[in-house]
Design a protein around this ligand. Structure first.
Ligand code: FE2
Ligand code: FE2
Length: 241
């Protein structure tokens, strides 16, 4: 298969960095290319850092067709205005409950909005779970690839297990890989163990926790998944088909 036909996930923004040239900062952003549309999932906290990391990874704002925002937290939405400044042709997929002034800033930059409530197809092979209820509502991204489902989470505030259940309901098949913030900081060992067991039950083969996952959960996932644990930080590049 030609390199251009492969699906690439590049972590642009994270609390940690695996490349010396990239700046680490609290937040998350992942760029997906190789589908019908290229997708920037979340935009990190600061436009300057997002922009600089993108440059170093040779990703241009003009390469982005859609931005999908997981939830209304600054560490996921803060870089959006910088991206739209450079490329106003982007379509922004956001949960419909986002504040009106946030949406107005997008349209006044010349970009278009798609308001998400229920699960939807973004393009061939890419889907949003729709807004999942929780103490903070959030959407996750699902890629239906030749090796299986790849799920990208922002902070997983509605709980990872609920996100997995939603994905299972949508597709009726196992999850191959999960990446993103798992929001398990402050959780007890037994609670994290339960999440790990459930991940196994749902067939999650590879796991790459980052961002707000928390140190203990990060360590426990690494110990449980061994060779199938993916170290994720700014600069991580994953090719899934
Ligand atoms: Fe976050
Ligand atoms: Fe968050």
């Amino acid at each position: 298969m030609a390199e251009a036909d492969r699906l690439h996930l590049s972590i642009i923004y994270d609390n940690t960095s695996i490349m010396e040239s990239l700046q680490a900062d609290w937040g998350f952003s992942c760029f997906i290319r190789g589908l019908e549309k290229s997708i920037l999932f979340d935009t990190g906290a600061k436009g300057l850092i997002l922009n600089s990391n993108m440059e170093k990874l040779a990703i241009r704002p003009g390469d982005i067709d859609c931005v999908v925002l997981s939830h209304y937290h600054k560490d996921h939405t803060g870089g959006l205005s910088t991206i739209l400044h450079h490329n106003p042709k982007i379509k922004v997929w956001l949960p419909e409950f986002f504040p009106v002034d946030f949406k107005e800033n997008i349209t006044s930059a010349g970009a278009s909005i798609l308001e998400v409530n229920d699960q939807r197809k973004i393009c061939e092979g890419a889907f949003t779970t729709g807004v999942i209820e929780g103490w903070i509502k959030e959407q996750s991204l699902v890629l239906d690839t030749t090796v299986g489902l790849v799920v990208v989470t922002g902070c997983a505030h509605p709980r990872l297990i609920n996100i997995f259940s939603k994905v299972k309901d949508m597709f009726g098949k196992d999850i191959h890989m999960v990446l993103g913030g798992f929001h398990l900081a402050g959780f007890q060992k037994n609670e994290i163990q339960e999440v790990i067991e459930k991940s196994r039950e749902l067939g999650v083969k590879k796991i790459g926790p980052c961002h707000c996952t928390g140190e203990l959960a990060h360590k426990m996932f690494a110990a449980a998944y061994k060779a199938d644990f993916i170290t994720v930080g700014a600069g991580t590049e994953i090719v899934v088909r």
